[in-house]
Design a protein around this ligand. Structure first.
Ligand code: UD1
Length: 423
């Protein structure tokens, strides 16, 4: 088993270029199947979720080649529209292939993505949107069978929750539907704008991403294109919280500061000196973070649920009291029990967690989901002594080199292989 061994209490310093965004690259790779030819994606992070997506593309018959941060996908050889259970099980977000395959092949077959470590994650909104566009969707023995049936056509859709995945699936499917699709109540995340940018460079007529109304004039054949993925705002938020926990002065490049307004304003309120201009973010923390007004997770541009755990870790080793309200996912406080092993004072009642900052000490802790595991690394950087954080396989789903990046900033962190059963 792999763990990170971290000696905390050392301030971080230096400059870092943040990896490409996981949540952008996954739907963009799926969108590459819409073109009959080779698309080229730059700034593609090297993550296990990306490898799983490339495996799906290969299985569908695409030719895929990776060289450094650049991935080439030739979808002219696409021959299949079925995704086997094992690959679906690896990554819930592969559900975004539904819309892309419907648009390209007029059908898709994949297994139902069940619950995940964050609690139940339904896809009812995805299916309602696809059905509204005319897709026939059957659910049989844990499988989803989608066909364009008597023909799909653009129309107005209304999402009752601004779901990121449902918005992306609807946009991708709408690219294959003749006529105008209007998605009302769309999610406004920057990653959806990035998907729109790629589709437009493929000749797609998509507008409105970043607002709650997205319009797609579909039915036109798309051509292959070249695209550079935006920087990962969740990785950036993690590094900002790491500085909040350990102290120091760090400059991050490659992420638009406007994508992180909610996170930056909380860190400022907590006493950090945060500056954001264009694609450069800087943070300096001379003293531990202090308690702030209630942090409520919400769809973009609200406070992102993915930054909740890393921020909570930083606040745990600060001073004062902060209340968190997790509005997006039911089971997103799994890091709390592990933070308590490091001495954190956190009281949870349903969706609410009340954190009172105090000095943390080192411990052996176990990460059970992506951002929760990253949060334990953040806490270990702020704790006195040598901690061991497991859950590295979760971290590798979303961070290309969390340990390498933090080492570059002066952190004492090593990846270690332990014999099974020793943690
Ligand atoms: C995406 C992000 C994830 C982030 C989340 C919320 C990717 C690959 N993942 O996940 O990192 O934490 O947005 O910002 O981009 N819902 C339904 N029915 C549905 C779909 C969603 O009820 O059919 C609910 C979910 O349970 C959740 C809320 O809507 O409470 C938002 O989820 P959604 O935006 O769909 O998250 P994902 O796209 O899965």
């Amino acid at each position: 088993m792999c763990v990170y061994e971290i000696t905390g209490g050392r301030p971080l310093a230096g400059q870092l270029t943040v990896q490409g965004a996981k949540n952008s690259v996954l739907p963009i790779l799926a969108a590459a199947v819409l073109a009959d030819g080779e698309s080229v994606i730059h700034n593609c992070p090297n993550l296990s979720d990306v490898s799983a997506t490339l495996d799906i593309l290969r299985l569908l018959g695409c030719r895929v080649a990776r060289e450094g941060d650049t991935v080439r996908i030739d979808a002219s050889t696409l021959g299949d529209s079925r995704i086997p259970d094992q690959l679906m099980g690896e990554m819930r977000s592969s559900v975004v292939f539904l819309g892309a395959l419907l648009a390209r092949c007029g059908g898709a077959e994949l297994s139902y993505p069940g619950g995940c470590e964050l609690g139940p994650r339904p896809i009812d909104l995805h299916l309602t949107a696809l059905r509204a566009l005319g897709a026939e969707v059957r659910e049989e023995g844990g499988h989803l069978l989608c066909r364009s049936g008597r023909g799909m056509a653009g129309r107005e859709l209304c999402l009752s929750i601004p779901s990121v995945g449902a918005t992306e699936n609807a946009i991708l499917a709408a690219c294959g539907c003749p006529g105008l699709t209007t998605i009302v109540g769309a999610a406004r995340e920057p990653e959806i704008e990035d998907l729109q940018a790629f589709l437009r460079s493929m000749g797609g007529q998509v507008e409105g991403a970043g607002t709650s109304v997205v319009r797609v004039l579909g039915g036109k054949r798309l051509h292959p294109a070249e695209h550079t993925v935006i920087g990962d705002r969740m990785a950036a938020a993690t590094y900002l919280c790491a500085v909040g926990a350990a102290g120091g002065c760090v400059c991050l490049k490659g992420v638009e500061s406007g994508c992180l307004t909610a996170v930056l304003s909380v860190l400022k309120e907590a006493g950090a000196d945060v500056q954001g201009e264009g694609d450069t973010l800087s943070i300096a923390c001379a003293a531990p973070l202090c308690g702030v007004r209630t942090v409520r997770t919400a769809p973009h541009p609200g406070f992102p649920t993915d930054a909740q755990a890393p921020l909570m870790a930083a606040m745990s080793c600060g001073t004062g009291t902060t209340m968190f309200v997790e509005n997006m996912f039911l089971n997103r406080y799994r890091h709390v029990g592990e933070l308590a092993r490091m001495g954190a004072d956190i009281q949870v009642d349903g969706r609410v967690a009340v954190v009172t900052g105090r000095p943390l000490h080192a411990a052996q802790v176990r990460g059970t989901d992506l951002r929760g595991s990253a949060a334990l690394v953040v806490a270990a950087l702020g704790a006195q002594g040598k901690s061991q954080v497991s859950g590295v396989r979760h971290i590798l789903r979303g961070y290309q080199s969390l340990d390498g990046d933090l080492r570059a900033l002066g952190a004492q962190i090593e990846k270690k292989e332990l014999p099974a059963g020793t943690h």
